[in-house]
Write a protein that binds this ligand. Structure first.
Ligand code: HEC
Ligand code: HEC
Length: 354
């Protein structure tokens, strides 16, 4: 039976009234739940403020560099360069890691050498790093943020009870909230793992998974546990990359590091400006000779989008990275591994599904 235009109109008005009532009801309930803004709302405001800070190039010495200059959203929060380029075109010593994997991988140590164990601290270091954003100190940073009227309201909304609302702690909290909110999209492997649905992976990728878990031993470090899979063991391993160049100079280099005993941000500044010391990796933090040349296992989530590879960006393509890892890791573990060209392609198909 056909509906008359009038009854259709009445039905529509009824729906609008119902919808309007729901919205009013939701607002009233929200209002009655106390004067404290809802934690979800507050978190959203902190994330928004963090995003604003992340994209603000005024927070750099030359007014041209923002977090997003190196952690580019369109490049999965990496920059596609071998090593990072910051203020005045100065180059650092390390490859820019993706920020999209941190929350999913449940990372609790930050930077390639894990020199920071709190994200709130890690997000502030780049601002005063001489080859990244290059500000003198936190006082100069605070001055710039306080002097920008665009921030007054945003800080008050994100930190309603705080006096003063604008402080470096709150800046850190907002930036960390934003970074934590970045997630890599659900991958074909995630869908496969969630439902054990083999149709989500190509036959090649399935063969690659078998190698990754089996004779390749990749999953010993790039672990498949977690939902989504973390693809890291949160540990440090000696890497075949970069150490050769400094071996001759090792005694003097390590002695200097021990003498200086830098920590946190100061260590970050030093490492970003001294390529040879940067290759010492975890040793810079622990000063334990056993940690010379060890680096954090990176999560391989989204890895096919984050070239170039390794802590110093010295490996240009995913194929090269696979060759390196197959050769070096198997050598290290004492079970030299020969993979055919076909098997390497399988492994690559699997990595592309992460
Ligand atoms: C000049 C390029 C550059 C800029 C600008 C920059 N970063 Fe980074 N970021 C890097 C590099 C390079 C590393 C790795 C450094 C290392 O491991 O020693 C890094 C590492 C990080 C990490 C640790 C990631 C991990 O996997 O451990 C976080 C968090 C981070 N940056 C956040 C930020 C924030 C927030 C800003 C802005 C305040 C910012 N970065 C600005 C290049 C940059
Ligand atoms: C003993 C632990 C370990 C094993 C086993 C291992 N990896 Fe790694 N992997 C690492 C570490 C540590 C790095 C970082 C090295 C560096 O930056 O110098 C890394 C880096 C990588 C990268 C580059 C990631 C990036 O973002 O730069 C790829 C790709 C990779 N591994 C794939 C593999 C594959 C494939 C296998 C198996 C054939 C494998 N790995 C086995 C520890 C391991």
């Amino acid at each position: 039976m056909l509906e008359s235009p009038t009854s259709r109109l009445f039905r529509r008005i009824g729906l609008i009234a119902l919808f309007g009532g729901l919205v009013v009801g939701a607002v009233v309930v929200g209002h009655q739940s106390g004067r404290q803004p809802d934690t979800q709302v507050l978190l959203a405001q902190r994330i928004a403020l963090g995003k604003q800070l992340f994209n603000d190039s005024h927070l750099s010495a030359d007014g041209k560099v923002r977090c997003a200059s190196c952690h580019m959203p369109e490049k999965d929060y990496t920059d596609g360069r071998q090593v990072a380029v910051g203020v005045e075109g100065r180059t650092g010593t390390r490859n820019t890691p993706s920020l999209m994997t941190l929350a999913d991988a449940q990372e609790t140590a930050f930077f390639w050498d894990g020199r920071r164990s709190a994200l709130d601290q890690a997000v502030m270091d780049p601002l005063t790093n001489p080859v990244e954003m290059g500000l003198h100190d936190q006082a100069q940073l605070l001055e710039r943020v306080q002097g920008d009227p665009a921030y007054a309201q945003a800080f008050k909304q994100a930190f309603p009870d705080a006096k003063p609302a604008i402080s470096s702690e709150h800046m850190a909290a907002a930036l960390a909230a934003y970074v934590r909110s970045l997630r890599s999209p659900e991958s074909a492997y995630d869908r496969y793992a969630a439902r054990h649905d083999k149709t989500q992976l190509s036959p090649r990728a399935l063969l690659g998974l078998a190698i990754f878990q089996g004779k390749g031993h990749c999953a010993e470090c790039h672990r498949l546990e977690g939902t989504p899979a973390m693809l890291t063991d949160h540990a440090y391993h000696r890497t075949g990359v970069g150490l050769d160049a400094i071996t001759a100079n090792l005694p003097a280099l390590t002695e200097d590091v021990i003498k200086r005993s830098l920590q946190g941000g100061a260590l970050g500044n030093r490492v970003a400006t001294h390529a040879d010391e940067a290759q010492l990796g975890r040793f810079n933090i622990t000063q334990d000779p056993a940690d010379i040349g060890l680096f954090r296992t990176p999560s391989l989530r989204d890895v096919s989008h984050t070239a170039p590879y390794m802590h110093d960006g010295s490996v240009a393509t995913l194929d090269d990275a696979i060759d390196r890892e197959v050769y070096y890791r198997s050598l290290q573990a004492g079970h030299p591994l020969q993979l055919t060209v076909e098997e390497r392609e399988d492994l690559k198909s699997f990595l592309q599904a992460l």
